[in-house]
Design a protein around this ligand. Sequence first.
Ligand SMILES: [Zn+2]
Length: 80
Amino acid sequence: MPLYEYQCEACGLVFEARQKFSDAPLSSCRECGGKVEKLISRAGFSLKGGGWYDQGYTNAPSCSGGDSAGCAACPKAANG
Ligand SMILES: [Zn+2]
């Protein structure tokens, strides 16, 4: 079950709530009943570098497929 974080706008309380995907988001603070705002869960965002963006593909010059040295690492070259 996913874990959501909420922060109360009234008292500033940050609390976590486990909810099903089908559950409606909380709208009131469990302590004071004030309005709460849903925070982005830290657990759901563990992007610590690595992966696709470190391969340099996003910075590769536009290439038509194999007519320059830079194309050796280009996915287009690999695909023929
Ligand atoms: Zn509150």
